[in-house]
Design a protein around this ligand. Structure first.
Ligand SMILES: *Cc1c(COP(=O)(O)O)cnc(C)c1O
Length: 416
């Protein structure tokens, strides 16, 4: 087994990258296996008549085995896609459109990735009814909630394994058991969990699972959808029509170099669970939180501590307005839950769904630790954030009032 391989030990690479939920750096071992498929092994995996095609097909089938192994699945259960956005769309739209005569009700949660939520919104226009289950204040969905929401016309439940903003980990096996008990198909967006937590398709009671390459140190533009085999058989209405690749579920010439990269990334993700990588990354995350908490008051954790990805931290730095904060810590590549960094004007819908106030949501920062982070990265982040939070709060009249013991809720702000 290959050991974890921090790339920037020693000198810090600026800005320090702590945004591994948005994307991850391609592992050099992944790049290495991809390169020949852009040069010598350039064949079309569908070409059956010559060695170029056979070699490409061999690469695709090895990657299918590696990806299946990450899910505890059979290679025949893997459908390659262009990424998890497509996988989520294919699962939700594919099931809905195939089973529409059986029922037109779908259950999901209000903090799913937009690839699920917007697919559901599209289905509403096609006459489907969607139940958006509210998460609790930690960001979790309970099996009981799902059981109560299932109706005779429910055809699909889609609940994510781990959330990409707050790192909450749902009880997927228990939710899946409820769905199977009720005879309803169960899809989970598994993107953020792979390579951080163990997974087994059978034990998790899942029918459909979305995977993305670039969230597990693989290339962008490649993903997979696990489609369970066996009874009852799962049918999907395809979104793409053409050459009939991937058993007709996903037409299009195989992106062989990307697929091979996803396979290698999946193999490394399985190793990461047992070679000490996850403990090391969790150690970095835990130290980041412990030291920030020791240095900074009025600091609030978002999401659950117990049911959380080992590499995620999401916290609100009260009285540090989002945009000013992001400007002040430009040497850190992190994400803000504030509106100003995204196309929409609302603060993070995920934080709002937890009941985090708009004020606090605007001051939130998401940290995503990963394979290539080092102790030095955490030291740098703690020092910079501590310094800048102090500086921003020195300029904040509200923070000053709180420190003087004034209850802000009791203050009347309107001039008389
Ligand atoms: C990134 C992400 C996606 C989308 O994956 P792409 O491969 O970038 O299309 C879907 N769901 C979750 C939870 C994600 O984090």
């Amino acid at each position: 087994m290959t050991p974890p391989m921090p790339s920037n030990q020693g000198a810090l690479k600026m800005p320090v990258y702590l945004d591994n939920h948005a994307t991850t750096r391609c592992d050099p071992r992944v790049v290495e296996v991809m390169l020949p498929y852009l040069t010598e092994v350039f064949g079309n995996a569908g070409s059956r008549n010559h060695a170029y095609g056979w070699a490409a097909q061999e690469g695709v089938e090895l990657a299918r085995e590696q990806t299946a192994a990450m899910l505890g699945a059979d290679p025949k259960e893997i459908v390659f896609t262009s990424g998890a956005t497509e996988s989520d769309n294919l699962a939700v739209l594919g099931v809905a459109r195939f089973y529409k005569d059986k029922g037109r009700h779908i259950i999901t949660s209000n903090i799913e990735h937009k690839a699920v939520l917007d697919a559901c919104h599209a289905l509403e226009k096609e006459g489907f009814e969607i139940t958006y289950l509210p998460v609790d204040k930690e960001g979790l969905i309970s099996p009981e909630q799902v059981r109560e929401a299932i109706r005779p016309d429910t055809i699909l439940v889609s609940i994510m394994w781990a959330n990409n903003e707050i790192g909450t980990v749902n009880p997927i096996a228990e939710i899946g058991a409820v769905c199977h008990d009720k005879g309803v198909l169960f899809h989970t967006d598994g993107v953020q969990g792979f390579g951080r937590l163990p997974f087994d398709a059978k034990a998790m009671n899942v029918d459909l699972v979305s995977v993305s390459g670039h969230k597990i140190y693989g290339p962008k533009g490649i993903g997979a959808l696990y489609v369970r085999r066996g009874r009852p058989r799962i049918r999907l209405e395809p979104m793409l029509f053409g050459g009939g690749q991937e058993r007709g579920i996903r037409s299009g010439t195989h992106a062989v170099h990307q697929i091979v990269g996803l396979g290698k990334a999946a193999e490394l993700s399985v190793e990461a669970l047992t070679n000490g990588e996850i403990e090391r990354v969790k150690g970095l995350r835990d130290r980041l939180w412990d030291e920030l908490r020791a240095n900074i008051d009025e600091l609030y954790l978002n999401g659950s501590w117990e049911h959380r990805l080992p590499n995620n931290l999401n916290a609100s730095f009260a009285y540090c307005e989002g945009e000013a904060m992001m400007m002040a810590i430009k040497e850190l590549a992190v994400s803000s839950g504030s509106a100003c960094t995204s196309a929409s004007l609302e603060p993070s819908y995920v934080l709002r769904a937890l009941g985090v106030t708009e004020d606090l949501a605007h001051t939130s920062i998401r940290f995503g630790l990963g394979r290539f982070n080092t102790d030095a990265d955490v030291d740098f982040a703690v020092k910079l954030i501590t310094e800048k939070v102090g500086w921003l709060r020195e300029m904040s009249p509200l923070y000053e009032m709180v420190k003087e013991g004034i209850d802000l809720k009791s203050v009347s702000w309107t001039a008389h």
